[in-house]
Design a protein. Structure first.
Length: 151
């Protein structure tokens, strides 16, 4: 089973009513991971979503709480001191932001093969994990859902 880590930008797009087609694609990616039982997020993803949802998207706290509960159905990675140190290493290796490196470290901790992200370079491997942009038209997130022949 391909474990798919969902970056915070995908969660934010799924909740952004002004994002148009990006919202639809983000919802599809998250739905595929939930249906397939192979989706992973981290506490960092939950925090980043909550912050942006409350500030930029101006969602009501009750809506944010409901979405957080829904996301808890995915596997949730809790960072450890070791994963923070690993994020520093990844940051140096790939010359990316510490926060992006934290996403990769969490995906690595969860033995993910794929990170769904718009921020990382699609097609590039980070610490052996493929970055896939599920917002692109040519990407079918259902290909990553176990037992799915596409939806």
């Amino acid at each position: 089973m391909t474990r798919c880590f969902i970056d915070s930008n995908i969660v934010v797009y799924a909740n952004d009513t002004k994002a148009g087609a990006k919202q639809d694609k983000a919802i599809e990616a998250i739905s595929a991971c939930m249906t397939g039982g192979n989706g992973v997020v981290s506490v960092q993803v939950l925090q980043e979503y909550a912050n942006i949802a409350l500030k930029k998207l101006e969602q009501e706290p009750s809506v944010v709480m409901r979405q957080l509960k829904l996301l808890e159905a995915l596997s949730v990675v809790i960072p450890s001191p070791k994963s923070v140190r690993r994020a520093v290493e990844i940051r140096e290796t790939y010359r990316i932001s510490f926060w992006d490196a934290g996403i990769i470290a969490a995906a690595e901790d969860a033995d993910c093969e794929v990170i769904f992200s718009e921020d990382l370079n699609a097609g590039q491997y980070y610490a052996g994990i493929a970055a896939v942009n599920p917002l692109l038209d040519e990407v079918d997130p259902w290909e990553y859902a176990p037992g799915s022949a596409g939806q």
